[in-house]
Design a protein around this ligand. Sequence first.
Ligand code: GRF
Length: 200
Amino acid sequence: AAIVVLVSGSGTNLQALIEACRDPAYGARVVAVGADRDGIEALARAERAGIPTFVLKVADFGTREEWDAAMAGAVAAWDPDLIVSAGFMKLAGPTFLALYGGKYVNSHPALLPAFPGMHGAEDALSYGVKITGATLFVVDPGVDTGPIIAQTAVPVEDYDTVETLHERIKVAERTMLVETLGRMAREGFTVEGRRVRYGR
Ligand code: GRF
């Protein structure tokens, strides 16, 4: 399976995926990495691994919709089976979802439907929950509302700051991401209503 990964930040999830893909038995490979900004560690990780990259900044387009269509076009050039948002901080628009709905997945640092949005780890800490985690889901037009593929639970410790909690979440998130994407790539998957099932 060919995967395009979209990033905006440090790219530790991307790195875990790149390493998993080195084993041919994993069943997937990262064919390209796209970003909405340059100068980020995630792009450097892709370049070190010899993976082609593209950067499309919203500010370089007249409208958000034009940017969205350009992103869809850039991704389409790689004809991916799966598109993974791994720390990509932009919402997909209608053109992108029309092309890739059902095969665009995102990882979120909280146990959805709790704590959607930009600050999943911080919001869980502020609320005072004792267990949080990460969720892999199929992107739909809402904010972190799509069908859930996998989740992993992480304890919140009394001494946690947003940073220590998010770091603990990211360790579990990487394992979940790598295991789940590998299975999706090898077995295929279908989305039936809110259920995601493996198999072709
Ligand atoms: C992850 O926790 C992701 O869920 C969140 O941002 C983080 C990205 O980390 N949206 P990285 O760029 O993969 O290191």
